[in-house]
Design a protein around this ligand. Structure first.
Ligand code: ATP
Ligand code: MG
Length: 454
């Protein structure tokens, strides 16, 4: 490693820089504003959790848990274990060596950077006894998630989600519809055009197994199986529903002819789904039914939805969500209803940028061009007064020549230069130069504030 080595952000991670961060702030502020009008409160969660939490909630068989998580043994636990073995060295030679092996054993507390946040929200609901609060509990979060995927446009190893969960109370279809309405309202508020909402019902513990059995039997027929790709062939055994998700061109005609879950829902699920659709219409939310939209995890049930946005190429899903009534129980809580969604903030931002929806970043209002040591005190006072009144002000730290100061003000895109030289300080009449047209006027301090506020 040379001394001149240049460090680079790790593959799949990136720095978000101004002016783009202004758009990120705008998106997050809009989320806070819209979600609070639906009665959601913000939850802030740890970035890392026990690996076991994700293994149980997301599922050990999923790609996320089996290959994409950043997991490592908790260094503190390792140290403690190591010390314990070292202390045995005198009575049992070799114990110290064993310690280093034992330290890497999976029996240790393994922790993982969170690949998603639903598991953490459910853990928090149980941990803080939220079932005794008025139900349902409505929570939202924003923040970074981590998955070791192949980086490409719209797919990163550290990415950001904005998500919400409704936990407890009833599983009435009105809740499903309201959650979807909230996301669509958020997107509309951001001016995101051309979004498409796909919905489906994937049944429940009663009716889905029957359907999956039927699907599996169909997919296993030799004349069908042999036409499927290797991934889909494997999924016939591991997770046949996922075959429906396949984007492989050659599989499309086969998938189109497979049995559809909508025709195999039990009466309760069919009624629930019909009512979700009715409730979406009531709320003026346009949807497309997509019978192939599945979530591959066991605990998902009934309503599933996905929202796509334009300008993103093949990574065009900006939001995924669904109902997961069994999840809290799987994590050791009481049987609890649940539904939620996660928005991919990186993709949402990309789509807004593609559509030219990025708000103009805040401009610099006043550049304080002070000249001569005597003007410095006045310049500091002027900057304080202007910032106090809410203006964006640049106060150069060192004295500059007049021409250089104005050149700098121009480069920063300032609207005005406040010129403070010895004359201005002595007379109390400050010079304000409008940089767009070069015009100049004189003002006293209070006059200046009043003038700028117009
Ligand atoms: P995809 O099919 O695009 O991999 P997913 O089903 O893995 O998405 P979810 O786990 O449902 O995604 O996460 C919800 C949203 O988070 C996605 O719709 C997407 O917008 C975003 N997202 C997921 N993984 C990434 C990633 N690696 N980089 C950027 N955004 C992501
Ligand atoms: Mg994925």
């Amino acid at each position: 490693m040379s001394e001149k080595q240049k460090f680079q952000a790790i593959k799949g991670t990136r720095d978000l820089l101004p002016p783009e961060t202004a758009l990120w702030n705008h998106v997050e502020h809009t989320a806070h504003a819209v979600f609070s009008t639906f009665g959601f409160g913000e939850i802030r969660l740890p970035i890392f959790e026990p690996t076991e939490l994700f293994a149980r909630a997301v599922g050990g068989e999923t790609d996320i848990v089996s290959k994409e998580m950043y997991s490592f043994p908790d260094p503190f636990d390792l140290g403690e274990l190591y010390a314990r073995f070292r202390s045995l060295e005198s009575i049992s030679p070799g114990a110290g060596h064993f310690a280093s092996i034992a330290g890497l054993s999976p029996d240790n507390q393994m922790i993982s950077l969170r690949p998603e946040a639903t598991a953490s929200v459910c853990r928090a609901y149980i941990q803080h006894g939220m079932h005794s609060l008025p139900q349902p509990v409505k929570l939202y979060y924003t923040g970074p998630m981590f998955r070791r995927e192949r980086p490409q446009k719209g797919r990163y190893r550290q990415f950001y989600q904005i998500g919400a969960e409704v936990l407890g109370g009833t599983d009435a279809p009105a809740i499903d519809a309201e959650v979807i309405e909230m996301v669509m309202t958020f997107f509309a508020r951001l001016g995101l055009a051309g979004v498409k909402l796909d919905i489906n019902s994937i049944g429940c513990r009663e009716c889905r197994p029957e359907y999956v059995k039927l699907l599996k039997a169909e997919l296993s027929k030799p004349e069908i199986k042999e036409k499927l790709g290797a991934d889909s062939q494997r999924r016939i055994e591991t997770n046949p529903l996922r075959v429906l998700d396949s984007k492989l061109e050659s599989e499309q005609p086969i998938i189109e002819k497979l049995p559809r879950i909508a025709e195999h829902l039990c009466a309760a699920c069919a009624a629930h789904y019909a009512s979700v659709k009715h409730n979406l219409v009531l709320r003026n939310v346009a949807y497309h039914e997509n019978w192939r939209l599945v979530r591959g995890l066991d605990y998902y049930m009934r309503t599933t939805f996905e929202i796509t946005a334009p300008g993103l190429g093949s990574q065009n899903a900006v939001c995924g969500g669904g109902r997961y009534d069994g999840l809290i129980e799987i994590l050791g809580g009481l049987p609890t209803k649940g539904i939620g969604f996660a928005i991919g903030e990186d993709r949402l931002i990309l789509s807004l940028q593609e559509a030219g929806k990025a708000p103009a970043p805040r401009r610099l209002d006043v550049y304080v061009a002070w000249m001569g040591e005597k003007a410095y005190d006045t310049a500091v006072r002027a900057a304080r007064a202007l910032r106090g009144a809410g203006f964006a002000v640049e106060l150069p730290a060192t004295a500059q020549k007049f021409g250089k100061a104005l050149g700098h003000a121009d480069k920063l895109g300032a609207r005005y230069a406040l010129i403070l030289g010895e004359d201005e300080v002595a007379s109390g009449q400050w010079t304000l130069k409008t940089l767009s047209d070069g015009s100049q006027s004189k003002f006293t301090e209070p006059e200046l504030l009043a003038h700028l506020k117009l």
